[in-house]
Write a protein that binds this ligand. Structure first.
Ligand code: ZN
Length: 337
């Protein structure tokens, strides 16, 4: 297999940040998500890039009644109640025209009709698999609802991105959460970066040490953890579902750090080049709302990345795939082995 570029977008609007920010506190970013999606589709089409929109199930609802019809009977019983999004539903507007922060029916259809991209799931309710108080049965119902609410739009969900990347297949020998995904026909997930600095939230020992907290942002600009590209065959020897780990979170344009934007892009371009030369995968991700401020600067950066892709596509046959199209491609080569 050649090298591949995978881009996944955690499409969630307010459902991904409600536990930390109200709509008003993050309004500009959230308000511009629709424009960001339109521009993402346009720019990707220009450069032949396939995107995976890992979408929160709530966003598929046409209106509030529609959403209520899909709600699971067992909702997550988080110890920390502020993580529970179900309490928000009552006070939300009725549909995407009244409330573009919590619904995206027509935008999801637009992505679908574009035909080049994938719509996967980011769980039904932005479910936190590491949070205290939730259970595997509740997760099971959540994923079931995510699959069901996509059906009327004729969308078959086959990939997942776990909210806050709260999945660590090494945590549990039995990997029950991945087994639930498999049961519902999900064939791939976005795993975490292999470097330990991306796992520190689950390790009490390091969690509060400033130096470890600072490493993640620093790694975006300076080479701390290496290229974070992957040989898919090597990491998927015993997978329950196909793991396409993250290589990098694309940090949004930062006005205060604008002098460092070049370093950030250089780091991404170098890693992509490494992936292309060594037939590995480079998996970039972010949230559309990250692009909601400094939109032009963010898209300028993205175009630089897409141009690098185009160049590597010509020189090394580097290819862009969605999570599912890459999984299918991989399975085909595996059966030929
Ligand atoms: Zn999220």
């Amino acid at each position: 297999m050649r090298g591949h570029l995978v881009i996944s977008l955690d499409y969630e609007i307010h459902w991904g940040v409600f536990d930390n920010k109200s709509v008003n506190e993050y309004r500009k970013n959230l308000e511009n998500v629709n424009e960001v999606i339109d521009r993402l589709l346009e720019l990707s089409d220009t450069y032949g890039i396939k995107l995976t929109f890992s979408t929160v199930g709530f966003l598929f609802a046409k209106n509030k009644t529609d959403l209520v019809n899909y709600l699971p009977t067992q909702k997550p019983t988080y110890t920390l109640n502020k993580l529970n999004p179900y309490d928000l539903i009552d006070s939300n507007g009725n549909n995407e025209y009244e409330d573009p922060f919590h619904y995206a029916y027509s935008k999801i259809l637009k992505i679908k009709h574009n035909g080049n991209h994938e719509i996967g799931t980011h769980t039904f309710s932005h479910f936190y698999c590491h949070a205290l108080g939730q259970t595997i049965e509740q997760f099971n119902e959540d994923i079931n609802a995510a699959i069901n609410i996509a059906q009327p739009l004729d969308i078959k969900i086959s990939s997942i991105v776990f909210p806050k990347n709260q999945i660590n297949p090494n945590d549990d020998i039995d990997k029950p959460y991945l087994k639930v995904c498999k049961k519902y026909g999900i064939t791939s997930f976005r795993g975490k970066e292999k470097s330990f600095i991306y796992n520190i939230h689950s390790s009490k020992k390091y969690r509060n040490l400033f130096i470890f907290k600072a490493m993640k942002p620093l790694d975006a600009y300076f080479n701390i953890t290496g290229t974070n590209t992957y040989n898919l065959k090597a990491i998927n020897k015993n997978s329950i579902i196909f793991n396409i780990p993250s290589s990098r979170f694309l940090r949004p344009y930062n006005t205060k750090l604008k002098l460092f934007e070049g370093l950030k892009l250089r780091r991404i371009k170098k890693a992509m080049t490494y992936a292309a030369k060594h037939n590995e995968v480079y998996h970039l991700w972010w949230h559309p709302h990250n692009f909601g401020t400094n939109i032009d600067e963010n898209f300028k950066n993205l175009e630089t990345i897409f141009k690098t892709y185009q160049m590597l596509n010509k020189s090394h046959g580097f290819q862009s795939e969605t999570m599912t199209s890459l999984t299918e491609k991989f399975n085909k080569t595996r059966t030929h082995d």
